[in-house]
Design a protein around this ligand. Structure first.
Ligand code: HSE
Length: 293
């Protein structure tokens, strides 16, 4: 049996819209094994137990890419990443399916090849890159249409809290509300902030993170889609943290530099939002992991 474990990912990190992403220690896994039937899927709601399942679609894509026949397969999905909340649940399915097929055929693909296929399926690399490599990823698509990605170590003094509302924000809607153009002035602001943020995360410099994470491209528009945005932000700031919208929301991610502050945010968020899921997490440094059992 093959077991693939994939971290949740938090795209954008404020100023890195569509190009930055962070892998965190919240994991989902998928097991692949031989089956007498063409396809058996367990562990997920009934409506996803068919050949349209994204894990299976990715598995098939990788088999075809490798020029191998698609084997009969039993897929068991154990998902702990909330769906449609901006924590990379579709990146998890895609990366798990691709890596499942890769491991099935003795891993001929390296991570760069996996990333190209995953980006083709996901449409943007900001979640799939950290899902594959771990850490903080910065990615772009080059002139040859290949994905270029670099990774920053995140200082281990930094800790994170996911504040996951009990409601979704549709990515489609969260993209529709964005303006179609931005000025030179705003572009300069954004580039400077994004580069400084990457370094600040590496240094663990929370003051610099607080200043550089302030986004002008999407967060001012998307915060209106999350009714509790300001209240969540206040909770994070009261415990010395800073906060950004994870991916297109609805999850909000707090960054702090002590466990006490992280626990304070968890306690206050659970008190004010008893129906939310709130997790104290760290950065994942491994990315996708495979195990042949
Ligand atoms: N970067 C994308 C967005 C992530 O913010 O729309 C969506 O998962």
């Amino acid at each position: 049996m093959i077991r693939i474990k994939v971290p949740a990912t938090s795209a954008n990190i404020g100023v890195g819209f569509d190009c930055m992403g962070l892998a965190v220690s919240l994991y989902s896994s998928v097991e692949f094994e031989k089956s007498a039937e063409k396809l058996e899927i367990t562990g997920c709601p009934k409506e996803f137990r068919n050949s349209d399942n994204l894990v299976y679609q990715a598995f098939v894509k990788a088999c075809r890419h490798l020029d191998k026949p698609v084997p009969n397969v039993k897929i068991n999905i154990e998902n702990n990443i909330p769906v449609a909340r901006g924590l990379g649940s579709s990146a998890f399915c895609i990366v798990a399916g691709l890596q499942g097929a890769n491991a099935w055929f003795d891993s001929p693909m390296d991570r760069a090849e996996l990333l190209d296929l995953a980006t083709e399926m996901e449409g943007h690399p900001d979640n799939v890159s950290p899902a594959i490599y771990g850490k903080l990823g910065v990615s772009f698509i080059d002139e040859q249409k290949d994905v270029q990605t670099v990774h920053f170590d995140v200082n281990d003094q930094l800790e994170f809290v996911t504040l996951i509302p009990d409601y979704q924000v549709s990515t489609e809607k969260a993209r529709e509300i964005l303006p179609s153009e931005m000025s030179y002035h705003e572009a300069i602001y954004q580039v400077g902030h994004a580069v400084a943020l990457s370094k600040a995360m590496e240094l663990g410099d929370l003051n610099l993170i607080r200043e550089s994470i302030i986004d002008k491209m999407h967060e001012p528009y998307r915060s209106k889609l999350i009714p509790d945005y300001q209240k969540a932000k206040d909770i994070c700031q009261q415990a010395n943290g800073t906060m950004y919208i994870s991916g297109s929301g609805s999850t909000m991610m707090a960054i702090v530099n002590s466990s006490e502050d992280a626990e304070q945010i968890v306690a206050n968020a659970k008190k004010d939002f008893p129906t939310w899921e709130v997790n104290h997490v760290n950065v994942d440094t491994n990315g996708v992991m495979s195990e042949v059992i």
